[in-house]
Design a binder for this molecule. Structure first.
Ligand code: FES
Ligand code: FES
Length: 152
């Protein structure tokens, strides 16, 4: 089946299998490998994207469900060559180790700051609780989100 969606601001079409996940379509058909596939079960958040402005696990959304909708991935967060403030803060705070969780965390953190510009540490931890990181121990990730909030 053919779907049409707006991905990172651009009208995009793709030929998909009816049971295919949005994550697969983004990565394998649309050349957007930023969203990662770590569990494919909605447990880790590494595949987080915004669907019509709402944070979702793209491994749990059918590509067919995205037909006619708007999708924002980590690739669309920055402005041209300029990193999104959350991306820059992750780099500066050393919140990236293997990096596998990073795109999902960046999307979730950017979503949080768009809704809540000055979150407390507890609010940050709550908002990112669906995103698992096996490397950092989370403190530097929280530091990065706080730094991004302060900069904004
Ligand atoms: S790959 Fe989607 S939640 Fe883990
Ligand atoms: S940096 Fe490796 S899983 Fe988070």
């Amino acid at each position: 089946m053919r779907i049409e969606a707006t991905v990172n601001g651009e009208r995009t079409e793709a030929e998909v299998w009816p049971g295919e996940s949005l994550l697969f379509t983004l990565r394998e058909r649309l050349g957007l490998p930023g969203s990662k596939n770590a569990c494919e079960q909605g447990e880790c958040g590494s595949c987080s994207v915004l669907l019509d402005g709402k944070l979702v696990c793209s491994c749990l959304v059918l590509a067919a469900q995205a037909d006619g909708h708007e999708i924002a991935t980590v690739e669309g967060l920055g402005e041209g060559d300029e990193l999104h403030p959350v991306q820059a803060a992750f780099v500066e705070a050393g919140a990236v180790q293997c990096g596998f969780c990073t795109p999902g965390l960046v999307v979730a953190a950017a979503d949080l700051l768009a809704r809540m510009p000055s979150p407390s540490e507890d609010e940050i931890r709550e908002a990112l609780s669906g995103n698992l990181c096996r490397c950092t121990g989370y403190q530097k990730i929280v530091d990065a989100v706080q730094a991004a909030a302060e900069r904004a």
